[in-house]
Design a protein around this ligand. Structure first.
Ligand code: AMP
Ligand code: ZN
Length: 488
């Protein structure tokens, strides 16, 4: 079975045939770096990491472009309000580029903790102002943009008459028109559906650049059109992002691309990842229905009873299809953590299983099923379900009730490696509760101090160390072989 992907544009699964055989161009809308990346953002980027890794695994040469939005994203979609980054810079009394750097670093750290691969190119909006200004000029020349008082707007109605508008998100131009607020007369836009592609900067605005229309900054939708075209061409294979970006962001991106080239359908496959909710509700900072990923890892969020490792969280995400909504809760994470431990234990057990001359398992069939699942629009939960079947078998071999030969063993090792390590990007360390690489080392230092205290008959210190660790739900276990620890 060859790869099929669900194309939002046509609302169905389609055979994946890239524009240029053997090569894939993939653009994913990246984060707006004005605050800490949240776990919902992480889910979207982890979903596209799975897709990227699988395409690489299939042997495609992939150019994966994921941008950093460092200017132009206004607080709301109606082209007014502050630029999110400029506002945060004022609030934190920092240069906008300090805000950008700070939260880009935070985003990269988080992506690393989740063991995602970096994109091939990570362009920034401020690094591509010339390209964006050129694009605005062409849009005006082609008759789909107009300037008013130093700002330039995209003429949606005119564009829609020639090329259509709203197809990706299934919206009809008349309905859109009815659902937007009427212009009151004082606005610069000719029509309420028009969107800004270049915005005149208020003299007080800290982020502004020279342009043929005076000092200003680009509209948010423009950067993705400019950068995807620059690095992937006028026609490319995959464009991705979260579901919430379908409208207006992606619809506007398509309109801009087509207005420049005159070629309808610049992107072959539109892929959208679904949203993450918290205890059944939308996550929102303003209502307190929110936590930072780091709080999940260090156990300080009120929504969770303990800490979960990035790999347990990632495994939890892999257990759901990228197009399904996913609800994060303490129970769900606890179940995923246990599931991941079972898989990891089986993975490590596998290498030590006693080999027989015969086998009781068809590993080739498992391999086919796993590929079929991934080829069916990247169905990672289905792959995991198949692998659990293998876990049962591995445990049965271990307790002596089933047999394994060397061929089955090495094929199973290969399947676990390919699907869990390479394609899902899971780290299969035995101590899954370990939050980061230095925890083990730190614990060893503490254990050694306690050991020395005991040798010196300083039992008060030894007991204090045990008690303090227990307060953190870390239990020391003394045995003849030495002391180990367990986190509850
Ligand atoms: P932003 O930084 O707001 O532009 O968002 C970056 C990416 O995260 C976009 O692709 C969004 O669609 C996605 N995103 C935002 N909120 C969520 C959420 N709750 N669940 C999943 N993805 C999200
Ligand atoms: Zn975008």
């Amino acid at each position: 079975m060859s790869l099929k992907v669900y194309n939002t544009k046509n609302q169905k699964k389609e055979d994946f045939i890239p524009v240029h055989e053997g090569n894939v161009g993939m653009y994913v809308c990246g984060p707006t770096v004005y605050n800490d990346v949240h776990i919902g953002n992480c889910r979207t980027f982890i979903s596209f990491d799975l897709i990227y890794r699988y395409l690489l695994h299939l042997g495609f040469k992939v150019r994966y472009v994921r941008n950093i939005t460092d200017v132009g994203h206004l607080e709301n979609d109606s082209d007014d309000g502050d630029d999110k980054i400029a506002k945060k810079a004022k609030l934190e009394n920092l240069e906008p580029m300090e805000i950008v750097q700070k939260y880009t670093n935070g985003f990269h750290n988080m992506m690393q903790l989740f063991n995602t691969l970096p994109p091939s190119i990570e362009p920034t909006a401020t690094g591509h102002l010339i390209e964006q200004i050129e694009m605005v000029e062409t849009i005006i020349q082609n008759g789909f943009g107009y300037e008013v008082n130093g700002s330039v707007y995209f003429d949606v109605k005119k564009f829609a008459e020639k090329f259509g508008y709203g197809e990706l998100s299934g919206r009809k131009i008349d309905e859109l028109q009815n659902n937007t607020r009427e212009l009151t007369g004082g606005e610069e836009k000719r029509n309420s559906l028009d969107f800004v592609i270049w915005k005149k900067a208020d003299p007080k605005h800290i982020m502004q650049w020279n342009s043929p229309w005076g000092k200003g900054f680009p509209g948010w939708h423009l950067e993705c059109s400019a950068m995807s075209t620059k690095y992937l061409g006028e026609e490319f294979d995959i464009h991705g992002g979260g579901m919430d970006l379908k409208f207006p962001h992606h619809e506007c991106e398509i309109a801009q691309n087509v207005a420049v080239t005159g070629k309808k359908d610049p992107i072959k496959y539109w892929l959208h990842a679904n949203m993450l909710t918290l205890n059944g509700e939308k996550m929102s900072k303003s209502t307190g229905q929110f936590f930072l990923p780091q709080q999940l890892f260090d156990g300080t969020s009120k929504f969770f009873t303990k800490a979960y490792s990035p790999m347990a969280v990632k495994f939890f995400m892999m257990q759901s299809h990228y197009r399904s909504t996913l609800d994060i809760s303490n129970e769900a994470l606890e179940a995923s953590e246990k599931g991941m431990e079972r898989l990891v234990n089986a993975y490590h057990l596998l290498g030590n299983l006693k080999e027989s001359d015969s086998t009781d398992y068809d590993a080739k069939d498992l391999q086919n099923k796993c590929y079929d699942a991934m080829n069916d629009d990247f169905n990672s939960p289905m792959v995991i379900a198949h692998l659990f079947d293998a876990v049962k078998y591995i445990n049965s071999v271990n307790d002596g009730s089933k047999k394994i030969n060397s061929e089955t063993k090495s094929l199973l090792q290969n399947i676990f490696n390919n699907f869990l390590v390479q394609i899902m990007g899971l780290k299969m360390d035995l101590n899954q509760k370990e939050v980061n690489g230095i925890e083990e080392d730190l614990m060893q230092i503490i254990i050694d101090i306690r050991k020395n205290a005991k040798i010196n008959k300083d039992f008060a210190t030894a007991d204090k160390i045990r008690a303090e660790l227990e307060r953190l739900q870390i239990v020391l276990k003394d045995s003849k072989e030495g002391t180990t620890y367990e986190k509850n």
